[in-house]
Every structure is written in structure tokens, then in C-alpha cells.
Write a protein that binds this ligand. Sequence first.
Ligand code: COA
Length: 209
Amino acid sequence: MSTSTPTSTTAIIPTRTDPIISTPTHLVRPLTLQDLPSLTSSLNDHSITRWMTDRVPFPYTISSARDFYDFLRTQDPLTSYSIVDRESGNVVGGLGLKTTPSDIHRRTVELGYWLSSSSQGQGVMSTLVPLFLHWTFQTFPSELVNRVEAHVYSGNRSSMRVLQKCGFREEGVLRGKVWKEGKVLDLHVWGLLREEYEVEGGVGEAEVR
Ligand SMILES: CC(C)(COP(=O)(O)OP(=O)(O)OC[C@H]1O[C@@H](n2cnc3c(N)ncnc32)[C@H](O)[C@@H]1OP(=O)(O)O)[C@@H](O)C(=O)NCCC(=O)NCCS
């Protein structure tokens, strides 16, 4: 996906304030400037950042959050969203796609997500990922997204379980691929093809805006 996105697709990219997903407990919507303190407070947690790439530093400061916000202002189409707890209004997680704009991988996007420690273990991500996949496959045509993949470090069992429950297949293990915090780790590659998603039936429209 790239800025050379066909105009027909650009027309259906949501505005930068509307939620793309709404559940009884959470919204998935673009990050705003007002969100930066709650984003910082949720993400400044080593039990989360240890499983993420080095683009998410630890400690995670208000300046890290501001850098991320500034990056998002340039992202077109916007593919990184915040998970907001409806009751508190706080950012409690993130859900997004990393795109590869050129060459042979251009129809593959990489799914990434995280959730604050206090929100984990309640089925939140297992609920939101299928809705986000629905949004992804509906928003971007097959010329832009044919495959969604996720990269998980060895040992991250809850993340792999979420992917398994959401229809992804574990396709392989890239041995010693990751250098994270002074350790070599294996990288587990999980994938879901558009055709598999469509055969499985996806999710109901009602829950996706
Ligand atoms: C991965 C993460 C997003 C999961 O979110 P979540 O909302 O807590 O996940 P859910 O509650 O929907 O589901 C978690 C599943 O993992 C299972 N699980 C949790 N810990 C587990 C473990 N140690 N071993 C095996 N399964 C485990 C849960 O039982 C649940 O499966 P179930 O519904 O069959 O019981 C969250 O833990 C997180 O943000 N982790 C840190 C950041 C991260 O790892 N991001 C992903 C990088 S690839």
C-alpha cells in the first residue's frame, strides 16, 4: 500500500476522528493529541514493550507518544488506531497495520496490537482482531491487501492464542531472527489470506462502523 493508492480506495478511507470499530466496551479510533497522557501511561510498561519492535521504546514517555502522534499525521491511508475504553475515555491499546509500499510484498500487511496490562485476559483482543480484519478486508481491495501476517516472538503465548482463535495459521518459525533486549529470539510467522477469511465468513457488519 502506498500513497499511490487508487483514488477509488482513498474515497472510502475514514476521516481521522471517526471510530472504525465500536463495541459495548471499546472504541477503535484515530489517536488524538488529548490521548497522549493515557497512551503514555498504558504503554509505559515493560511487560508490553518487551514483545514489540524497538520502534516502541521503553521507558515510553510523553515525548515517545508525541513522536508517534506526529508520525500518524503523515500516515496515508491511516492504518494505526487506538483502542479506547468507553467508560474512562482512556487509550488502553493499539491496533494497526504496517504496510509494505513496494516490490513483491506489496499486497501483504503486518498486523500489530497491544493492550494495557489492566485490560488483558478479558477477551478484548480476541474480540477486536476479527472486527479489525473485517475493516481491513472491506476497506482495502485485494489489489492492496491479499494477506495479513503477524510476527510473534517465541514465548508470547497469549498473542499466538489470539491469532489462532482469529483464524490465522502458524506458517513457520524463523530461527534466531530477532535481537531484542540483548537476546536472540525466534520469530513465529502467522498468516491469514483474504480467501480464507472470506470462506470462514468473517464477522457481522453490525459491530463495525
Ligand atoms: C497479546 C495481547 C494483545 C492479548 O490481548 P488480550 O485481550 O489479553 O487477549 P485475550 O484475552 O483476547 O486472549 C488471550 C488468550 O491467550 C490465552 N493465554 C494467556 N496467557 C497464556 C499463556 N501463558 N499460554 C497460553 N495461552 C495464554 C488466554 O487464555 C486467551 O485464550 P482463551 O480465550 O482461549 O482462554 C496482550 O496480552 C498484550 O498486549 N501483550 C503485550 C503486547 C503484545 O504481545 N503484542 C503482540 C505482539 S505480536
